[in-house]
Design a protein around this ligand. Structure first.
Ligand SMILES: Nc1ncnc2c1ncn2[C@@H]1O[C@H](COP(=O)(O)OP(=O)(O)OP(=O)(O)O)[C@@H](O)[C@H]1O
Length: 563
């Protein structure tokens, strides 16, 4: 196979200084990373290639930037968000400067502090429209600067109208997840640094009473998740929202996917009708169009990437590897072991109990928030997460996105990989695990213009720990219990997959799945599998049972000896 983008064609002997160890020491974060180790044991490569080498990167050094805001309630962790300087150039950047946009002095000062000079494409195109008061439906790829595209006009609006706390809320920004809301609020706070306007955050899982008190004092710019916002709109007496001037909905499609449709309808019904609106998302769906109809008036559509060949970022190198069920865990383990010096996010379909950075919907909000900020600050480490972390989060310097469990659809794929290679000139890598039975998913990615290459994992380089782990899991009661629960969650999550023609639970190799949870046989757990996927079964046994043996009389599926 020809030379690839993923393993660069650099002769290791040409520059001995670029050896892995030396590069590791010199490594700068985020903006253009060096090509690093091979995927696994230094040997996992694009199929047919052998060896690889790190290459020098272009970009600027990340600058740590602490926010200092004197107004409003602060989420302590907001301070920890890092900011980066990004050079202008091709890709997501435009040649339009912020300076040329006639922004107010305090806003310009804050933007300068952030280190930004040129606008990104989505900012250059939507800022003037929003500043003129026009409704905007914005679509641009992940990591392309949508947050400032709607926050700068929002701050300008509040400034021009001389909003004061007694005027209540002039701008509401709705985000689908708490982490994204926290992050958006942090950026808003930075932008408002030299303004007198106030800001606030209301999110599920936080102290409702404190939020209500803060709202009663007057929050000019409010960032919220839908459920908690509706709660305050309905129940918080001192919340003044009748002077709302602009409603922004970020990651609109995710808001709808997360079953917030009803909340959104009610929120839009309660809020004043005479106001501007903006709706942003990296991916557009029919439902987004419906929401746009409901909330926007004669919107201008700003689609930055509509003409692009690929939907994902240039700096992102994407691959998949075909791993049989039984080997999945060992391949992941070997990979992570090899990449301990890097920052890796691993996506799972269901939550897992492990002693490391992990975020998922079952956690208390404070733990989720702390983990998120700890991982943001970390130079290296792995974050094990579910889709809670897939959208919008701007975590600096992520080297690898590993999709250990496949995404539900191509949109989810795009959002997950969008957690790396963010901003101009940034690099990152993504690896998707697929079993041989799931390969059809590649055609979905191709249809979505996602360029992926195949990687192979060298069997002989895999860590030889399977039997050791199986012993541990069989002997340690708590480990055994967690592994059983994880196995069960995995099968149930697989069953709830929407692309059942590809991810069909009835085709799962349960023996292999069991091995990936370090059991020598499928454990005895109660799994009620609905029959929704049954019409996609391609193999049915003569006795009427599916290949893996799920049936009402055998809810555990096939097993030879129970654990
Ligand atoms: N004008 C700019 N110049 C340089 N960097 C920028 C600029 N605007 C934003 N950035 C940086 O680009 C990164 C991505 O921005 P942002 O989080 O707004 O992306 P996004 O489009 O909202 O992504 P997603 O769809 O994943 O939510 C951030 O680190 C941000 O600080």
């Amino acid at each position: 196979m020809a030379n690839t983008e993923i393993i660069p064609d650099t002769n290791p002997t040409q520059n001995p200084k670029l050896g892995y160890e030396s590069v590791k020491k010199k490594r700068k974060r985020n903006r253009g990373k060096k090509e690093d180790e091979k995927l696994c044991s230094g040997e996992m490569n694009e199929k047919g290639e052998s060896g690889g080498e790190e290459k020098e990167f272009v970009g600027t050094k990340e600058v740590e930037h602490d926010n200092e805001v004197e107004q409003g309630d602060e989420v302590e962790e907001d301070k920890k968000i890092k900011k980066k300087k990004v050079k202008s150039g091709s890709g997501i950047m435009s040649s339009v400067t912020f300076e040329s946009m006639s922004l107010s002095e305090p806003t310009m000062k804050a933007i300068k502090d952030m280190g930004f000079h040129y606008t990104t494409e989505i900012q250059a195109r939507s800022l003037p429209l929003l500043i003129k008061g026009i409704d905007v439906l914005g679509a641009a790829r992940t990591g392309s600067g949508k947050t400032l595209a709607f926050l700068v006009p929002a701050v300008e609006l509040l400034y021009q109208l001389h909003f004061a706390p007694r005027n209540g809320t002039g701008v509401i920004i709705i985000c689908p997840t708490r982490e994204l809301a926290i992050q958006t609020h942090a950026v808003a706070k930075e932008l408002l640094k030299y303004h007198s306007q106030t800001h606030g955050l209301v999110i599920g899982g936080s102290a409702r009473k404190t939020e209500a008190e803060r709202l009663a004092k007057g929050v000019n710019l409010l960032v919220a998740t839908p459920g908690r916002l509706l709660d305050h709109l309905q129940n918080t007496k001192g919340f003044i929202y009748n002077r709302l001037k602009c409603l922004t909905i970020d990651e609109a499609d995710r808001i709808l996917e997360a079953n917030f449709e009803e909340e959104m309808k009610q929120i839009i019904k309660i809020l004043p009708k005479e106001r501007q609106a903006a709706l942003f998302s990296a991916t557009q769906t029919e439902k987004v169009a419906d929401l746009a109809c409901l909330s926007l008036k004669d919107p201008v559509y700003v689609g930055v990437d509509d003409e692009r060949n690929w939907v994902t970022n240039e700096g992102l190198e994407q691959g998949y590897c075909v791993v049989p069920c039984a080997k999945r865990f060992i391949v992941l383990y070997s990979f992570l072991k090899r990449h301990q010096s890097q920052k890796v996010m691993v996506f799972f379909s269901s939550y897992i109990h492990v002693d490391c950075f992990d975020i998922h919907g079952q956690q208390k909000q404070q733990k989720r928030t702390n983990t998120f900020f700890d991982f943001c600050k970390a130079e290296k480490g792995m974050l094990l997460c579910t889709n809670v972390a897939a959208r919008g989060l701007d975590i600096p310097s992520v080297d690898w996105i590993i999709q250990y469990d496949p995404p539900d659809d191509r949109k989810e794929y795009v959002h997950r990989v969008g957690r790396t290679a963010r901003g101009e000139g940034s690099k990152g890598k993504a690896l998707l695990f697929l079993t041989p039975e799931e390969l059809q998913f590649l055609s979905h990615l191709k249809a979505a213009k996602v360029p992926v290459k195949e990687y192979e994992f060298p069997e002989k380089k895999l860590a030889n720990v399977q039997s050791h782990l199986e012993k541990l899991v069989s002997k340690n009661y708590y480990l055994n219990k967690s592994a059983k629960e994880a196995y069960r969650s995995y099968v149930l999550a697989y069953n709830s997959h929407s692309s059942k023609d590809i991810f069909n639970v009835h085709r799962l190799d349960l023996q292999g799945v069991a091995a990936s949870f370090c059991f020598d046989n499928p454990p005895k757990v109660c799994i009620n599998i609905d029959s929704g996927a049954s019409k996609f079964r391609n193999t049915k046994r003569k006795d009427g049972r599916s290949r893996n043996g799920f049936s009402s009389s055998n809810p555990h599926g096939n097993r030879s000896s129970g654990h």
